[in-house]
Ligand binder design. Sequence first.
Ligand SMILES: *[C@@H]1O[C@H](CO)[C@@H](O)[C@H](O)[C@H]1NC(C)=O
Ligand SMILES: *[C@@H]1O[C@H](CO)[C@@H](O)[C@H](O)[C@H]1NC(C)=O
Length: 357
Amino acid sequence: MALLRKINHILMLLLVVMVCIILYSKVHKKEPRKNETRAGFNPVYERGSHDEAGEDDIPVVICAAEGRMGGTIAAINSLYSNTEANVLFYIVTLRNSLQHVRKWIENSNLKDIKFKIIEFNPLVLRGKVRPDSSRPELLQPLNFVRFYIPLLIHNHEKVIYLDDDVIVQGDIQDLYNTNLKPGHAAAFAADCDLPSTHEMVRSVGMQTTYMGFLDYRKQAVRELGINPSTCSFNPGVFMANITEWKHQRITKQLEKLMQQNVQENLYSSAMAGGVATPPMLIVFHEKYSNINPLWHIRHLGWSPDTRYSEQFLQEARLLHWNGRFKPWDYPCAHIELWERWYIPDPTGTFVLIRPSS
Ligand SMILES: *[C@@H]1O[C@H](CO)[C@@H](O)[C@H](O)[C@H]1NC(C)=O
Ligand SMILES: *[C@@H]1O[C@H](CO)[C@@H](O)[C@H](O)[C@H]1NC(C)=O
């Protein structure tokens, strides 16, 4: 009898301990990171953005990836140097680069810009990105920041998004003034817009249609009803209306397409457009306005020897080195146009690749 009672006591004790453990883990699971917003954006640092006149600011979103930060800095420098407008930069980066980008800005002639540094939590993308070993750099989580723009910007109706491998030569106010047609949430540059780029595009065998980005052998792609010879557009530079974006639930649509791609592999992986491009092409199909083509002169990174004429490059308001040959690497076409705006890294971490002389 005594033995039975003893076992009973022990069992009772075990039960109490288990209940305690369960309660403890329940309570403590909810605690951490309550403030890391649902979207995975966490404002970490800001300067100048509290000014009264904030409503007149032009918000510009740009990412700063660790290995490409020199690009981000050159883009910001070129934009800032060519406008009188008040620009508020939303610099989005990953946790390990927060301090680096801040030091670079504050220890250079960019120290007077208005900016926010925002941490992006890549966990947001879990289950939405298909691992692709052929070009892992395109899976950089920051490539997907553009999908979540309404979660970044709260005080403005319009926003500009720029890739990190661009140089701005015009006044950003012009791009910001782009008219959106009713029902359009964004404006892009279409891939068949400029006659002067056609020759270059043909010479390097580049795709300029949906066929280059979507795998039309897949039933789900054909069911979209998009003519494969429709001109694609480049989502590396755009102006968006956040109100309309939210209204059409564009972020939700993009996320759904990402998830679908993980399961069904809908996008052609051969093209260099990047994994962030096809969902944008689908969601905005026949639902976008055009920016002035001179605001997105691209393909400068396609090959080190394809070149535009000097006169054309001077007219360009924005140059984009999309493709594999980046201006912080070597070789690269029109490298001198980019390097004008480059600011060396005060921490010495980022160095340009240049031929040793
Ligand atoms: C968390 O968010 C609340 C509400 O936005 C804010 O008042 C509070 O200061 C934040 N706490 C931290 C630790 O950031
Ligand atoms: C943005 O979109 C909303 C909703 O469609 C519209 O009412 C508003 O006029 C648009 N704003 C601009 C600046 O285009």
